[in-house]
Design a protein around this ligand. Structure first.
Ligand SMILES: Nc1ncnc2c1ncn2[C@@H]1O[C@H](COP(=O)(O)OP(=O)(O)O)[C@@H](O)[C@H]1O
Ligand SMILES: Cc1cn([C@H]2C[C@H](O)[C@@H](COP(=O)(O)OP(=O)(O)O)O2)c(=O)[nH]c1=O
Length: 213
């Protein structure tokens, strides 16, 4: 079966993911690859409806985690798996690491239960687990992220959380990286936009070279 390339982009709100994803898409297109640019929660009409709910309605932490995974399941089946089957590059603004970081780290929801949901939702027919081939983690001090966001946009439910919530989310990402170090590329997102952009490009170029070898 053809297998494309699946890259996720992670980090606390305001770390700079959205700024750099379009540039990564361009790099792959220049290399002749078809690119699917998508996001979570979201990426299908139903998942986008679920996104509206989870980003704006207060709810119980289990309900929140289940809706994230429900949106993900739909996204996997409708968009991600077909694209990988065609051999495309899927660039996803957040994936399951965000659930571990936000619902696990930030909200304190049980890490093992999240692992069970992950195995249920991301199981492939051959019994393996769908995971990104590469996860680019924009790591940033929550105080710097808050300064950036203050002048950037109206905050949603998550973005209105206090700095200690984002410190816990950041710790959640660090825990995920420690569990799967080979999948993660950590970027010091406190650097200038140009420096971060150059580093992201280098990571992706290395990836292109490796996948062409
Ligand atoms: N390296 C950087 N230095 C300073 N400001 C940045 C940097 N990267 C992004 N920004 C700004 O910070 C804000 C949040 O960036 P964004 O890419 O939307 O973050 P995210 O998608 O991770 O939430 C935007 O106004 C963006 O222009
Ligand atoms: C995918 C995912 C996102 N989120 C949160 C993180 C973000 O605050 C929010 C939406 O992410 P994002 O698309 O990065 O927001 P924006 O478009 O405003 O940059 O959803 C979770 O809490 N759990 C998840 O599993």
């Amino acid at each position: 079966m053809t297998h494309g390339t699946f890259i996720s982009f992670e980090g606390i709100d305001g770390a700079g993911k959205s700024t750099h994803i379009a540039r990564v898409a361009e790099l792959f297109r220049q290399a002749g690859r078809a690119v699917v640019l998508t996001r979570e929660p979201g990426g299908t009409p139903l998942s986008e409806k679920l996104r509206e709910l989870v980003l704006h309605e207060p709810m119980d932490p289990l309900t929140e985690a289940l809706l994230m995974f429900a949106a993900r399941r739909e996204h996997l089946v409708q968009v991600i798996e077909p694209a990988l089957g065609r051999g495309d590059v899927v660039l996803c603004d957040r994936f399951t690491d965000a659930t571990f970081a936000y619902q696990g780290g930030g909200r304190g929801f049980d890490w093992q239960v999240l692992g069970q949901l992950e195995r249920m939702v991301q199981a492939l027919p051959d019994g393996t687990l769908r995971q990104p081939d590469l996860t680019v983690w924009f790591d940033l001090d929550p105080l710097i992220a808050a300064e950036r966001l203050a002048s950037a946009r109206v905050p949603d439910k998550f973005e209105s959380q206090p700095a200690h919530f984002f410190a816990a989310v950041r710790a959640g990402y660090a825990r995920r990286q420690a569990e799967k170090p080979s999948r993660f590329a950590r970027i010091d997102a406190a650097q200038s936009m140009d420096a971060v952009g150059a580093y992201v490009s280098r990571i992706v170029s290395d990836w292109l070279q490796r996948s062409a070898a």
